[in-house]
Design a protein around this ligand. Structure first.
Ligand code: ATP
Length: 236
């Protein structure tokens, strides 16, 4: 059974259709990436999966059950968590306060404590800066915080929107290594990225999106060698 599946998904902004009949699947424990140029509809797809946008047509199935049109808070409870583009952290709050916000639906205090420790071991930089105001963190540290905060909800499905955006190459590499590690620890991941090369390098499978439609999908190693992908997204 597919862990996540969309069927003929369409999402509109007013009269403009941004997602035009998308079918994609993510299996349990898979790391799948969705790549494509600016404005292809990647973010819109993710937003519809986590309940931030209501699809105008089609179905979203999670663990075989329809979740189409359900609200974000309900989906967080069911294990779906989004790390938004631009990170969306609370700048006036400390690093640790931001992390604790990620656990707002939980009541298992021991579990919360141990997850906090895990996140600090995944991102030692956040431990060093746990009492610092989040707005004063560097871009890379804010990205780590956004991922850490999503992990605090103990997601089963993590949706990541362009985690490499605005980061120096060294840091991008580190963030991607961490994403891979999170996946290896048993979190299913759907990763939206413009950095196709790095995204495909850590993913099992990939989808290419163009003008609101999926135009290619295959195993990541196959896509990496595909001449069309190489030309359009990997710089020839
Ligand atoms: P990027 O990689 O640049 O983030 P994307 O693939 O994530 O691009 P989307 O952000 O999903 O693309 O945008 C898809 C299309 O929908 C674009 O043409 C965009 O202009 C349009 N769009 C996005 N948000 C809105 C909105 N709130 N209102 C109207 N149109 C929107």
């Amino acid at each position: 059974m597919n862990f996540l599946q969309t069927q003929d998904l369409e999402v509109d902004y007013g009269g403009i259709r941004a997602v035009k009949g998308v079918d994609l699947t993510v299996k349990y424990n898979e790391l799948v990436c969705l790549i494509g140029a600016n404005g292809a509809g990647k973010t819109t797809t993710l937003k519809s999966l986590c309940g931030m946008l209501r699809p105008s047509r089609g179905e979203i199935l999670y663990e075989g059950r329809a979740i189409t049109g359900k609200r974000s808070y309900e989906l967080v409870r069911r294990g779906i968590s989004l790390v938004p583009e631009g990170r969306g952290i609370f700048g006036r709050l400390t690093v640790e306060e931001n992390l604790m916000i990620g656990a707002y639906t939980r009541r298992d205090h021991t579990g919360i404590r141990s997850d906090l420790e895990n996140i600090y071991s995944l991102f030692p930089r956040l431990l060093e800066r746990r009492t610092q105001q989040a707005g004063t963190l560097s871009g890379g540290e804010q990205q780590m915080l956004a991922i850490g905060r999503a992990l605090m909800s103990r997601p089963r499905l993590l949706l990541l929107d362009e985690p490499s955006m605005g980061l120096a190459p060294m840091l991008v590499k580190k963030i991607f290594e961490t994403i891979k590690r999170i996946a290896e620890e048993g979190v299913t991941i759907l990763l939206v990225e413009q950095n196709a090369k790095l995204a495909l390098a850590i993913s099992h499978r990939g989808y290419v999106m163009e003008s609101g439609k999926i135009t290619l999908s295959d195993n990541a190693d196959v896509l990496l060698k595909d001449p069309k992908v190489q030309q359009a997204y990997l710089g020839g």
